[in-house]
Ligand binder design. Sequence first.
Ligand SMILES: Nc1nc2c(ncn2[C@@H]2O[C@H](COP(=O)(O)OP(=O)(O)OP(=O)(O)O)[C@@H](O)[C@H]2O)c(=O)[nH]1
Ligand SMILES: [Mg+2]
Length: 216
Amino acid sequence: MILCHECYEELHPNEAPAAADVSDEFLSMLRDAKKEGATIVYLIDLISFECSFNKEVLDLIVDLPVIIIASKWDLMPKETEVEHTKEYVAHRFRAEGFKKAKGTDVILLDYNNSADATLASGMIKKKRQGKNVYVIGAKGAGKSAFLTSFLRQFKNTSNRGISIGAYKNTSLEVWQIPLDDNSYIYDTPGTGVKNSFLGKNNYPKEIVITRRLTPR
Ligand SMILES: Nc1nc2c(ncn2[C@@H]2O[C@H](COP(=O)(O)OP(=O)(O)OP(=O)(O)O)[C@@H](O)[C@H]2O)c(=O)[nH]1
Ligand SMILES: [Mg+2]
């Protein structure tokens, strides 16, 4: 059977995972972050590792304070080594120009362990120096799940409430959580994954990994 390129890709998803694709509006939001000297919380999906990276995004945030969180640690095989994984993630960032990325700074997020989210929250507090914080990452990487844990021990000391709405001058839907009277932590929309099943609107839910992987 001879197929056009598009039909072929429909039948063979995930053959060569594309880098996450991003909209112009998303990049303009990151340009704001860059101007503000904001802190970036970058969620890496360990289950969809390469799809978590986008060159344009990385180039925009390379000089900002970045907190690297690798999510879905609870799904990785039992024998996976903590230090090795952290170093692997940091190495991938160093290869993108993040010269200061260190394995010891990477946070592995275990869904069932609230201590990991607490550690990340502490790091945000320490790094942000009164500035805004942008939580970014690929679709389904676990940004909202992380912020839900973050909210468990969050105390709103500002006069503003938590809101969900369009980010300034864009149609990007973001959660805005006030950290004080002058700054927010933003939960941003996930960057897309074009040729992964997860990038499709009605992907079969059975393909989502919900239990620890067992290598065979
Ligand atoms: N097992 C496990 N599941 C996770 C983890 N983080 C997120 N999930 C699951 O992954 C799915 C997507 O998580 P979300 O937090 O909605 O991901 P997101 O990055 O906010 O996704 P978008 O808003 O679509 O970009 C949900 O079903 C979560 O329950 C994790 O660390 N471990
Ligand atoms: Mg989300």
